[in-house]
Design a protein around this ligand. Structure first.
Ligand SMILES: Nc1ncnc2c1ncn2[C@@H]1O[C@H](COP(=O)(O)OP(=O)(O)OP(=O)(O)O)[C@@H](O)[C@H]1O
Ligand SMILES: [Mg+2]
Length: 234
């Protein structure tokens, strides 16, 4: 079966800096692949490269077998790739409902997805008239993920959703991401190894701008030496 996403040996520059020097990753349809790596390894740049925000200069990116490298970010979004950046990019002065409505790619998207979104994030239904800025950090993160579910996406790129959240909120987020992966495949950047190991079936470790190791999460969790070497956590 063709994977939903195949990243093959991409190289990306930011200005004159050669940031990605050979990153490869695969996301299978209906699966969650986790991108792991230390601070500054190149995880965010990998997501931004897939999205066309920092386009790679070498290598290829295939969405359901179709090349998307070299396409503009809005075209890649239209092809069904949703991006949830770091730090909960929501509109703080707009209400929850307005945030969700603005995420529509075509008219009717929100109405079509509303039941699913509120089933995943019941809090958002209760808070629908509140400005985004009044939400707690966890609620803002739920809203950021929910916005990516409004248009019909086939792949979500999610960057560090658990960062700065309380453990009980992280559990809710894990449950929601597990459930949404039944509808959309996910490439997830996650620094919290416990969260990453719960969510991911497969992993890719990025080290200093290149993918150093990949495989099945079930195998990685058993290998404390590898986890220590690449991630510095035990
Ligand atoms: N605008 C920029 N100009 C120069 N260097 C940059 C820029 N953005 C990122 N970098 C560098 O690129 C490398 C990869 O950054 P990136 O944000 O992709 O890492 P990351 O793995 O997401 O890190 P973190 O865990 O801190 O989020 C880092 O060394 C960073 O300093
Ligand atoms: Mg990052």
């Amino acid at each position: 079966m063709t994977p939903i996403l195949e990243v093959r040996d991409i190289h990306t520059f930011i200005g004159q800096f050669h940031i990605l020097e050979g990153v490869s990753a695969t996301v299978h349809t209906g699966g969650i692949t986790v991108l792991l790596g230390r601070n500054g390894a190149g995880k965010t740049t990998t997501l931004r490269s897939i999205m066309g925000l920092t386009p790679p200069t070498r290598g290829s990116i295939l969405l359901d077998g179709t090349p998307i490298h070299g396409k503009q970010a809005h075209t890649i979004a239209q092809m069904g790739v949703g991006y949830v950046p770091e730090h909960r990019a929501i509109f703080r002065s707009l209400t929850v409902l307005e945030n969700l409505r603005l995420a529509e790619r075509k008219k009717g998207d929100f109405a079509h997805q509303a039941d699913f979104i509120f089933e995943l994030f019941p809090d958002l239904k209760r808070l629908i008239e509140l400005p985004g800025g009044n939400l707690s950090g966890g609620q803002q993160q739920m809203l950021a993920v929910a916005r990516a579910l409004v248009p019909e996406n086939r792949l979500l790129l999610i960057d560090e959703p658990s960062e700065g959240l309380a453990p009980v909120i992280i559990e809710q987020l894990i449950a929601a991401i597990q459930r949404l992966s039944g509808q959309v495949s996910v490439l997830l950047v996650e620094q919290n190894f416990r969260v990453a190991s719960k969510l991911g079936q497969n992993y890719v470790i990025i080290d200093s701008g290149h993918s150093a190791l990949d495989g099945r999460m079930a195998d990685l969790v058993k290998d404390q030496a590898l986890i220590q070497r690449y991630l510095g956590v035990a």
